[in-house]
Design a protein around this ligand. Structure first.
Ligand SMILES: *Cc1c(COP(=O)(O)O)cnc(C)c1O
Length: 425
């Protein structure tokens, strides 16, 4: 056993890992482009962008250089009472690419904290305006993160079960991917009966990610916007997964021309190099916190709020989100569509779907759900063949970095095909 493996086995606790059942973690020595390299040099195609973060490719030299420069200039400074160029420039750059009307950016550490900030801002917005609005509404199959507020907004299931008693209650709206009429009726009823108690509706736009890569129609997102706007209820859009081009346009909201009140960002924000979260809001939300009364303050902050190195990485990453990147993302979408069309004829493949650079399908049999073991079998089968996949139970998805080539993708799909055609042990 290597030194890394041995020390890891003795002292490290890994995320979302049942240590009694999981294979030993794979030591990775370096990475470049769409590939990770084991310590013996063997390559692994990163078909899931290392948990949905890597955007342009691993170790991209432009981002690496920006990080090195910033680290040698200003690595960190308290962000209350102080500011800096990468933080101010990044806020302005995000406002420049975000849907119209989002003009104020609050930085935090990751996707979960970006969601916590959004929920707290929405609740305190009404509090500061002297209205009692304690309710949050969220979607069935939603995933918004693993901290308490984010867990509360997420759908209840195996991830949240031990904490059920500590999670605040949320008005749950049906998954719009199943029955859009039912979902919109439920929303109408909620706004009608409890609209005055509702602080905000939070949704992942078009793609319910960790809940099973479930896609829903752009018209539903537009309808949610229209209805919340008419009812005077805030709309929080969680673009933590979908942001920065994953679904095609820079933000998934653009598919539906939706202008939310609050947007949550993280994951691809720094190109996948460093943790950073951002919550962008409309100016009138900021205005509700502005005034001589200090109790109107948003009393929230993290030690590393707007860390300059992370902000510099994000600025460098945004610069790479150019026309060439748009073409590359379109190429990936075309490759997904062709490969899924071929794969779709297999009897075990159900519900193929593509949304920009994301492709997914369900494997039939043994029931749905995160604990379906077929995903773990496929993951280890693929890893042995040099492809990183991490299905969500029986839901197989590919979400590759934008530098992935057609050949990279063809090989990954080939591994999936071999798995489906294997004779079960
Ligand atoms: C991953 C994810 C989060 C949580 O982000 P972390 O950085 O893992 O805390 C929140 N919302 C969505 C939609 C996500 O996919």
């Amino acid at each position: 056993m290597s030194r890394v493996a041995e020390r890891d086995r003795r002292h490290v606790w890994h995320p979302y890992t049942q240590h009694a059942l999981a294979a030993a973690p794979v030591p990775i020595a370096r990475a470049e482009g769409a590939y990770l390299y084991r310590d013996d040099g063997a390559p692994i195609f990163d078909a899931i962008s290392s948990w949905w973060v890597t955007l342009h490719g691993h170790a991209h030299p432009a981002i690496a250089a920006a990080i090195a420069r910033q680290a040698a200039t200003l690595e960190q400074v308290i962000f209350a009472g102080f500011t800096h160029e990468p933080g101010a420039e990044l806020a302005a750059a995000l406002v420049g690419v975000l849907p119209h009307g989002l003009e104020r950016v609050f930085f935090s550490d990751d996707g979960s904290t970006a969601v916590e900030v959004a929920l707290k801002l929405a609740l305190q917005y009404w509090h500061n305006r002297g209205e009692r609005r304690p309710l949050i509404a969220a979607l069935e199959h939603a995933y918004h993160g693993d901290t308490f507020g984010a867990m509360a907004a997420s759908d209840r299931g195996v991830f949240t079960e031990p904490f059920a008693g500590q999670l605040f209650q949320v008005e749950r709206l049906p998954d719009p991917g199943f029955d859009r009429e039912q979902m919109l009726r439920a929303l109408d009823r909620l706004l009608d009966e409890r609209g005055r108690d509702l602080a905000a509706v939070i949704v992942e736009p078009l793609l319910l990610g960790a809940g099973g890569m479930r896609v829903y129609a752009t018209e539903i997102l537009s309808a949610i916007r229209e209805r919340t706007q008419a009812a005077g209820v805030l709309l929080i859009v969680d673009e933590v997964l979908t942001g920065f081009g994953r679904t095609g346009p820079v933000f998934a909201c653009e598919h539906a021309r939706v202008e939310p009140d609050i947007v949550c960002l993280s994951k691809g924000l720094t190109g996948g190099f460093l943790p950073l979260g951002a919550t962008a809001v409309r100016e009138e939300i900021f205005a509700a916190f502005f005034g001589a009364d200090r109790r109107r303050t948003f009393f929230h902050g993290h030690s590393y709020t707007a860390n300059p190195i992370a902000c510099a990485a994000a600025l460098a990453s945004l610069r790479l989100l150019d026309e060439a990147s748009t073409r590359a993302r379109h190429e990936i979408q075309c490759a997904h569509e062709q490969e899924l069309a071929k794969l779709g004829s297999h009897r075990a493949v159900r519900n193929s779907r593509v949304l920009g650079t994301m492709a997914a399908f369900d494997i039939e049999g043994d029931g749905a759900g995160y604990l379906n073991p077929v995903g773990i079998e496929l993951a280890s089968f693929a890893l042995e063949r040099g492809v990183l996949l991490r299905p969500l139970g029986n839901v197989v998805y590919l979400l590759p970095p934008y530098c992935s080539t057609r050949d990279d993708l063809a090989r990954a799909y080939d591994v999936v095909r071999q798995f489906l055609e294997r004779t079960p042990a």
